[in-house]
Design a protein around this ligand. Sequence first.
Ligand SMILES: [Mg+2]
Length: 244
Amino acid sequence: MSVRDLRFDVDAVVLDIEGTTSATGFVVDVLYPYSRSRFGALLAERGDDPEVARALAQVRELTGDPQADATAVEKSLNAWLDEDRKATPLKTLQGIIWAEGFARGDLVSHFYDDVVPRLRAWHAAGVRLYVYSSGSVAAQRAWFTNSPEGDLTSLVSGLYDTENAGPKQEPQSYRRIAGSTGIAPDRLLFLSDRPGELDAARAAGWHAVGIRRPGEPYYEQGVGDHAQAGTFDEITITTSGSST
Ligand SMILES: [Mg+2]
């Protein structure tokens, strides 16, 4: 059998989204243009909302221009979008826009075919599931609420992003998540397509598996010396004596 069989005895699996549970292309081809088309209206009409106002202030700080008006801020956001820069205020504002787009039914998220059945099986076996993505918590919630297979949020015990956990390539972020979940580092398994994230998780004492899906941006680069899987079906999780 060519399919790999990776076995882990852990209490929880922490999931990256882009390139791991879901196609990066969907985010870039569908969600980025959708947010780009709505930044202007959001800033113009809702600049006083606390979350929007805070993101506006963060953009002005990051660009070093405290006087930047809505047009200048929109320009910065679009430039970061073009560079695929994971700036926190960009992620915050996208999260708001996408949540509203999903709620309206304009958007439905994407999951690879192997992912949802595995998540359901792991959850049923008592494995806790968490998300750690550079997309904001609001965007993650919308993503799991509006999947092609319906609302998946009941499967997930917690959501982490660069704001509540920190940058994805720093071990300290993974220590923070472990502390927040109350799960020992060596009882946590991180799944991601990016070697730098896998390195950081491992440095924090976690298990880590690189997910390699053909066509994803990091596929050719590989995942260094980490264990790797082409799909979630190649990963067997055991917890508290149960196995699935
Ligand atoms: Mg990824």
